[in-house]
Design a protein around this ligand. Structure first.
Ligand code: HEC
Ligand code: HEC
Length: 354
């Protein structure tokens, strides 16, 4: 399967179909189309606005009502709103809503193959079954390098955990993320080892930052677009979901950044497919205003006022609803600055507007 580093990338028995119980990018690395069983979608049944991706951070709030010191507060904002770590690390109930008391405690069978083999996400809380006994440096090595230090030999993490994006997160932001993780209340939740199918020999290659498009110098809001580039591609995950995943050590092909087409089988009546966010007029966001792009993030509506489907973590109940106005605007300017790539993505999914 994917990312087994080295010569042949297709060694595994590529599954024809997988089940993912969480929000985000299922297909990274493993073959075939992931299916989400009890996840974001599963039992949501497209009930008007109820489903989607409620902002786990608010509900479970590691920092709860308590006041966080500035570094941890920055970390909370990144974790809950820019990145949405909790969409993959918080278990959900039968209705598809995140379980507040289990905030960041890890999802059993986050990805499930038809054969029943599972990839579990991990418990990130301050419990012995979570990250309590890990040093700050060990946690950073897992988030950024995709390496899990172990007494019996380091292990590579499966690239469904998007460390190949976080490799380009600034050190100060990684420090902030770790500072925040340290404030998350302990939840005892021991997860089994993931099945052998998901073992990878080496971590996926980090995204080479030189391949990430820079806004043209003539882009009118150049500085804003440069800030947005960092949020959309080096700390946040827009690039990850909006680029089709390769079954190879380099998960995202630089020639396809932001062209859309990644499928997310959440068990909904239709399979959501990520859209082309490049500035192509006919097939991308060329005709969208920055305000319309901001509205997509904050209100989960498209240019025509139709609702956006999960797993796009948009809208007031989900991660991006809590983006600051400045950050949302910066991201929108970055997308408007992207070179056009023509790639028609069929609109497979409709969702009631929030
Ligand atoms: C798209 C889903 C997804 C997102 C988003 C995600 N993770 Fe993960 N994460 C996973 C999965 C799945 C694993 C387990 C990988 C494995 O065991 O090979 C994992 C593993 C980890 C681990 C290893 C823990 C251990 O003890 O082994 C850490 C640390 C981690 N994630 C932190 C984070 C942080 C912090 C964020 C946000 C900045 C984040 N993750 C975002 C899916 C995700
Ligand atoms: C977890 C995966 C995921 C992440 C992360 C994600 N998206 Fe999406 N996005 C999607 C999917 C899937 C759709 C299609 C939804 C639908 O069909 O209704 C979508 C739709 C959109 C649309 C609507 C485009 C159209 O033509 O209708 C915009 C705009 C958008 N995303 C912007 C962003 C931005 C900006 C970010 C980062 C801040 C981002 N997305 C992060 C999965 C994701």
């Amino acid at each position: 399967m994917a990312v087994a580093c080295g010569d042949d990338e297709e060694t595994g028995p590529g599954p024809s179909d997988m089940t993912e119980s969480g929000g985000s990018s299922g297909s990274a690395g493993a073959g075939g189309e992931p299916t989400v069983a009890a996840g974001a979608g599963g039992t949501v049944e497209v009930a008007g606005g109820a489903g989607g991706e409620p902002a786990v951070g608010e509900a479970g709030s590691g920092g709860g009502g308590e006041v966080l010191e500035p570094l941890a507060a920055r970390g909370k904002y990144l974790v809950d709103h820019v990145i949405a770590c909790s969409d993959c690390h918080t278990p959900r109930n039968e209705m598809g809503a995140p379980i507040a008391e289990m905030y960041m405690a890890g999802v059993e069978c986050f990805v499930e193959l038809p054969t029943g083999e599972c990839l579990h996400s991990r418990n990130l809380t301050n419990d012995e079954t979570g990250l309590k006994n890990r040093s700050d440096d060990e946690i950073k090595t897992m988030i950024r390098d995709g390496i899990r230090p172990s007494a019996t030999g380091d292990e590579a993490l499966h690239p469904i955990m998007p460390y190949y994006v976080f490799a380009n997160t600034k050190d100060e932001d990684l420090d902030a993320i770790v500072a925040y993780l340290r404030t998350i209340p302990a939840v005892e939740h021991a997860l089994p080892r993931s099945d052998e199918f998901f073992a990878v020999e080496a971590p996926a290659n980090p995204i080479d930052p030189d391949t990430i498009p820079m806004p043209g110098e003539d882009y009118p809001e150049f500085e804003s677009a440069v800030r947005g580039r960092y949020l959309a591609t080096q700390s946040g995950l827009c690039i990850e979901c909006h680029t089709p995943h390769e079954q190879a050590a380099t998960v995202l092909d630089p020639d396809k950044y932001f062209q859309g087409g990644e499928e997310f089988d959440l068990g909904l009546p239709a399979i959501p497919v990520s859209k082309n966010l490049t500035s192509d007029a006919a097939t991308g966001l060329g005709e969208w205003s920055v305000e319309e792009i901001v509205a997509a993030m904050k209100n989960a509506v498209d240019k025509n006022g139709d609702g956006l489907c999960p797993p796009m973590p948009a809208g007031p109940m989900a991660a991006y609803g809590g983006l600051t106005d400045d950050d949302a605007l910066d991201i929108a300017h970055y997308l408007k600055s992207l070179p056009a790539i023509e790639n028609e993505v069929a609109d497979m999914c409709t969702w009631p507007p929030m």
